[in-house]
Each structure stands twice: as C-alpha cells, then as structure tokens.
Design a protein around this ligand. Structure first.
Ligand SMILES: [Zn+2]
Length: 55
C-alpha cells in the first residue's frame, strides 16, 4: 500500500484489475489506500471536465 504523503494526479496510474480500477502510485508502484483512491478518482473525473469549471 502506498504510504507517500504527497501524491499528484499525474503520478497516479489507474490500473484495471478485473472489473475494478485500482489507482496505483507510479513513483512507488503501490496501490493507493481507499481514502486516496476515492480522492483521486474524483480528481480524475474533474480533470475530464465532467464536474465544475476548469480554472
Ligand atoms: Zn506512493
């Protein structure tokens, strides 16, 4: 499990594990914990522009 304190969205790789997307930290190669996964999935959706305005 990734224990890095600072992770940026661009360092996160969304790997597909069966039917489940597993956000993985590229820098250390470990999967993010549940709380971080949730956060980054939301950020990913935001980055696609489905949620609120961009800068
Ligand atoms: Zn990490």
């Amino acid at each position: 499990m990734c224990e890095c304190s600072k992770i940026h969205l661009y360092e996160v790789e969304f790997k597909l594990d069966g039917m489940v997307v597993v956000p993985t930290h590229k820098n250390c190669g470990f999967a993010l914990d549940e709380k971080q996964s949730d956060k980054f999935q939301k950020e990913l959706v935001k980055s696609w522009g489905f949620e609120d305005e961009e800068e």
